[in-house]
Ligand binder design. Structure first.
Ligand code: 0L1
Ligand code: MG
Length: 268
């Protein structure tokens, strides 16, 4: 096979993977892992599929509003059986207004996870970004609940599958308290995750790569390899602090942060 044929095969595969996953999302239908069927689903191909899907989202009018890290905490890596973090895209339709219930009609099997989120004050471009440089580019920080949804049955996937699936993107809701990053110690920022008033998990920001700014630096450096930067004004979800918990219809999910306030969402 010539190198031109190899490139075109790679593009075709990434494009097909993007189509399959966007269709599964649109029809709220889960499927089995793609990596089992496509041995060519390497990490670069998975990121290429993610970017092709983003182009399709933009073509239908969605606006890129930021990025979401995935699998940045040991809890999440253990839960999903992977050992590395990853980066994916956020668009405007993924932001859920505070007070809205989980939009179950758009989701297959929603799960909730608490996160520390940033809004960027200035552009951050890798390579070589350190956590200190990353934090200096942040304008403010807030708490968030991400409602993830996987297009794979039973959330069974490899890292490559999850990357191609935009890191299980669903929707996210942001908390009521904005803080400057220098005003709090994010490694010590704690969160209690509650379902129907029962605490189901707890974590501090240190669960996220030792400090959420490390996750931000990882994102800047990983995106740089693909020719992207993190733009001023973008939201960055730094990754689930705890395991993600299934959100049943009628459930009440709450995340209580030490300094970043409380967020409650109804399971719809
Ligand atoms: O924040 C996260 O760690 C999201 C990970 C996406 C993969 C998943 O758990 O479904
Ligand atoms: Mg997440």
């Amino acid at each position: 096979m010539t190198s031109e044929q190899q490139t075109s095969e790679r593009h075709w595969s990434a494009g097909r993977i993007a189509d399959i996953l966007l269709d599964a999302e649109a029809t709220t239908t889960s499927r089995t892992s793609l990596s089992a069927e496509w041995p060519g689903l390497t990490l670069p191909v998975a990121y290429e599929a993610q970017d092709i899907a983003l182009a399709a989202r933009k073509a239908r009018g969605e606006i890129v509003t930021g990025i979401k890290l995935g699998l940045t905490s040991r809890a999440k890596q253990r839960q999903m059986g992977v050992d590395a973090p990853s980066v994916a895209w956020l668009t405007d339709v993924m932001a859920l207004p505070a007070g809205d219930p989980v939009p179950r009609n758009r989701l297959i099997h929603p799960r909730a996870e608490p996160e520390i989120a940033f809004v960027m004050g200035r552009r951050l471009a890798g390579p070589g970004v350190t956590a200190a440089q990353a934090l200096a580019a942040v304008d403010h920080v807030f708490g968030a609940i991400e409602i993830i949804d996987s297009r794979y049955a039973g959330f069974k996937f490899t890292l490559e599958d999850a990357v191609a699936d935009n890191n299980s993107s669903g929707v996210y809701v942001t908390g009521p308290v904005l803080r400057r990053p220098e005003d709090l110690d994010l490694a010590l920022e704690a969160c209690l995750l509650e379902i129907d008033g029962q605490i189901v998990d707890t974590a501090t920001g240190a669960a996220v790569q030792g400090h959420p700014a490390e996750a931000l630096a990882f994102a800047a450096n990983t995106l740089a390899e693909r020719g992207h930067a993190i733009e001023a004004g973008w939201v960055v979800l730094t990754g689930g602090m705890t395991d993600a918990v299934a959100v049943e219809p009628g459930a009440r999910v709450a995340a209580h942060f030490t300094s970043l306030g409380s967020i409650t969402i109804s399971g719809g």
